[in-house]
Design a protein around this ligand. Structure first.
Ligand SMILES: Nc1nc2c(ncn2[C@@H]2O[C@H](COP(=O)(O)OP(=O)(O)OP(=O)(O)O)[C@@H](O)[C@H]2O)c(=O)[nH]1
Ligand SMILES: [Mg+2]
Length: 323
């Protein structure tokens, strides 16, 4: 099975590429960790496992002389990319022209050589305090407008990201990775199936051990704020079960002043790989919540089997179990 993939991060110098990788690797104290980052020298290679696949990460230093070198030797540097993560500093409007010209050159090369890698565009440094700032909104509009013509030709997604809200980076990364593997479709279907059999489910999420999200369900009318809160809760409770050496952990919290929720996180060890499933229920009377948790617990075997089927790339089996 040729399932190893090459993920390339490109963009101008100082855009935040190495910071994004640091955030993926290290889920805590990221702003501190990236403070001392130096410009990347040429290309820094690393790897990460995703389920039973290897993902090779190529962090392309963005300084002008490196960029010139890549563009002069495109076949050598750009031809074997499976997923492109293109990072743009959304605060740096003075350099939008160069940032987009660089992306244009890369995509023209992809087009000419029939490289159909999906593309994740990170509108990065969209920091929490300035996300709704009119200047930033305008900048986002400009960048999206300039890149839009490519949308017809490539599978492409735009994601606002910043290192202060790690989940923004996890989401962007996870959506990109999920475009590389078909297994995710099976997980997605399976999640909807569980949700159908339960009441009051606000969210059901599956993550693999490196923090890459492989499936997600959110109740339709949840606000962006509520989703963010759920993803933040995930980070907290995942850390709690890992630190406490537990398999599962139940909790109650609020998504906003009015919305109380009950949740449970469960870890699954499948052939030595850890998966985490997070269930968030809208608060109801105690008996209903207990009933729902019990139902969920009774599904653990099934969840285990399906994750295992998916993990082993056994799509037929996953389909049967999903039917
Ligand atoms: N405000 C803000 N600053 C960020 C964010 N992400 C990264 N930075 C800062 O941006 C600077 C550059 O980050 P890097 O990750 O080194 O940039 P790079 O794209 O890897 O740069 P090169 O290696 O030269 O190509 C660092 O000082 C980071 O602290 C973010 O989300 N918000
Ligand atoms: Mg760098």
């Amino acid at each position: 099975m040729v399932s190893d993939k090459k993920v390339a991060l490109l963009g101008l110098d100082n855009a935040g590429k190495t910071s994004i990788l640091t955030a993926m690797r290290k889920k805590f104290d990221v702003p501190e960790a990236v403070k001392g980052l130096k410009p990347t020298k040429k290309i820094e290679r690393s790897s990460v496992t995703f389920m039973d696949h290897m993902i090779y990460l190529h962090d392309f230093g963005g300084q002008k002389h490196y960029m010139d070198e890549y563009l002069k030797n495109k076949m050598r540097y750009l031809s074997s990319i499976d997923l492109l993560i293109y990072v743009i500093d959304i605060q740096d409007s003075l350099r939008f022209d160069s940032a987009i010209a660089y992306l244009d050159e890369i995509l023209e090369f992809f087009e000419e050589n029939k490289i159909d890698a999906p593309i994740v565009v990170c509108l990065h440094k969209c920091d929490p305090k300035i996300g709704e700032d009119p200047t930033i909104l305008k900048n986002i509009g400009i960048v999206k407008h300039r890149i839009r013509p490519w949308l017809e030709k490539f599978k492409m997604g735009f994601y606002k990201s910043n290192i202060f809200e790690i989940h923004t980076i996890i989401q962007a990364f996870s959506r990109g990775i999920s475009m590389l593997y078909t297994q995710n479709e099976a997980i997605q279907k399976f999640l909807l199936d569980i949700v159908d059999k339960m009441e009051n489910v606000m969210s059901l999420l599956v993550f693999e051990q490196n923090g890459i999200e492989i499936g997600s369900y959110f109740l339709e009318n949840l606000t962006l704020g509520m989703k963010k809160k759920i993803l933040t809760l995930y980070e907290i409770v995942q850390r709690r079960i890992l630190d406490g050496n537990m398999n599962s952990y139940e909790f109650s919290d609020r998504l906003d002043w009015a919305t109380k929720v009950s949740g449970v996180i469960q870890s699954f060890d499948i052939e030595g790989l850890l998966f985490f499933v997070l269930l968030i229920l809208e608060e109801h009377d105690e008996a209903v919540v207990i009933d729902q948790f019990n139902f969920f617990e009774q599904s653990y075997n099934e969840i285990y089997e399906i994750l295992k089927g998916i993990l082993l790339d056994d799509e037929e089996k996953a389909k049967q179990l999903n039917a």
